[in-house]
Design a protein around this ligand. Structure first.
Ligand SMILES: [Zn+2]
Length: 338
């Protein structure tokens, strides 16, 4: 049932979705020193499969893959490849995080990026039937990139940008306050505030995302379990968490899937959806997240359906599309005729 179930993906990075084969092709095309490239595809695959010991090691691979994207066709190609993979998993709609200033700061003009993303998004819909929305992401250690990211997001609103993300090393030295004005402006303009928080740091960071940035959903947020008052607050405000279990194991946020706090989050009545984050870099897919969690936590088909429906509810799809997808999920899950 999990494989056939129509799905929505809410926490997925475009640059982190590039498969090793495509990363190698792009690296060769653009002359980029991707880790492992000297040993060909096997070398790149080994780098992807290497368990990340630190967030910094993960970022090294992520940045190297990002720097392979240089021309409009590169951005389009990775977008279409992502859509193909999503379509194979019955993902109908995805809110995809993309970090424009990473590329702009390496000398890629914003027009090249947006041209490629838009072409990719149109082809995703036409060739694979997958609807993509963009979340333009700000890296928390680069304060001066916040306003240009907002400007680009506003400019591209008609081409699928729905919100601002916020990611990078979650550490006390990179506080939320310098970003408050940009997020307030984004929200006033109707963009969604969709920061990562509660992954590298604990409850105080989630509170910062809520109070300083006005977060409407939290990327990860799993460490809220350390603070019952925060759990109560998230429940009262119905702030959804985008939970990426395999990612959390890979980056050492939790020691193992079996010890992941996901069952606790659900038992506490929090709004939760499952997501894959950077799937090939963490050796997963959205389908795998459902399969692994259903196995580890003994979920019934009804519980799987509830989680898949939660992703639809927490998304920013148009209401009529949400209703149609929820109905389709119910039909597939119950085996009812269409
Ligand atoms: Zn993420």
């Amino acid at each position: 049932m999990i494989r056939r179930l129509p799905k929505v993906e809410l926490h997925l990075h475009l640059e982190g979705s590039v498969q090793p084969e495509l990363a190698l092709a792009l690296a060769r095309r653009r002359g980029v020193a991707l880790p492992g490239v000297e040993h060909g595809l096997e070398g790149v695959r080994r780098e992807y499969a290497r368990p990340f010991k630190t967030f910094r090691e993960f970022v090294r691979l992520y940045v190297a893959v990002s720097s392979c994207l240089q021309e409009p066709e590169d951005f389009a190609e990775v977008t279409v490849a992502l859509a193909r993979s999503l379509a194979e998993q019955q993902v109908r709609y995805a809110e995809v995080t993309f970090t424009p200033m990473t590329h702009v700061s390496q000398g890629i003009p914003a027009e090249i990026i947006t041209h490629g993303l838009n072409e990719g998004r149109v082809r995703a819909r036409e060739e694979h039937g997958v609807e993509l929305a963009w979340v333009f992401d700000i890296v928390r250690c680069f304060v001066d990139q916040a306003r240009p990211t907002l400007q680009l997001a506003l400019q591209e609103r008609e081409r699928g940008v729905i919100g601002l993300g916020f990611a990078g090393p979650e550490q006390p030295r990179w506080p939320y306050e310098p970003f408050a004005a940009v997020f307030a402006e984004a929200r006033a303009e109707g963009l969604r505030a969709l920061p990562h928080a509660g992954e590298g740091m604990g409850p105080e960071s989630i509170r910062g995302a809520l109070e300083v940035l006005g977060a409407e959903r939290i990327g990860h947020g799993v460490r809220c379990v350390e603070d019952p008052e925060l759990v109560a607050l998230l429940r009262a405000r119905r702030v959804p968490l985008e939970v990426c279990p395999t990612s959390n194991v890979a980056t050492g946020v939790v020691p193992s899937l079996e010890r992941h706090p996901l069952p606790k989050l659900l038992a506490a009545g929090l709004e939760v959806s499952l997501a894959s984050d950077d799937p090939p870099m963490f050796g997963t897919t959205l389908t795998d997240e459902y399969l692994r969690c259903a196995g580890a936590f003994g979920w019934s088909p009804g519980q799987v359906l509830d989680l898949a429906a939660a992703a639809v509810e927490h998304s920013f799809m148009p209401e009529d599309a949400k209703a149609a997808l929820l109905e389709e999920q119910r039909r597939v899950a119950t085996g009812a005729p269409s």
